[in-house]
Ligand binder design. Sequence first.
Ligand SMILES: [Zn+2]
Ligand SMILES: [Zn+2]
Length: 141
Amino acid sequence: MTVHQGRCFCGAVAIEASGAPEAMGYCHCRSCRSWSGGPVNAFSLWKPDAVRVTDGAEHLRTYAKTPQSERQYCSECGGHLMTNHPTFGLVDVFAATLPTLDFQPAVHVNYAESVLKMRDGLPKLKDFPAELGGSGESVPE
Ligand SMILES: [Zn+2]
Ligand SMILES: [Zn+2]
């Protein structure tokens, strides 16, 4: 099984993601933009048991502005690692956290909130897919 290893910005916290992600893409929502400091969040979604902290767990902190997103970062450097989505049953390990992951985006979510239009021909969802409780509606690129 493929194992991807990643570390926070300073290296104190190490994580491992095993196998293949359930989905990959970009989130354009205001929360992701605000927390990441970038115009989009490149996500890779994993089953929670595929992801584990292998080093520096004592430095891992969680901030949950809403119960849907438990955002995890390193207390030493402030570097972001992943966001647990308990209501989806998935963990978003930021694509940038896993250097060996072959990032193959398939969808854009929360594109209605986009500040960076990405005309790459991929599906653009207004919010979330219907199976995750969203409208499932598409919006123009
Ligand atoms: Zn760190
Ligand atoms: Zn988002």
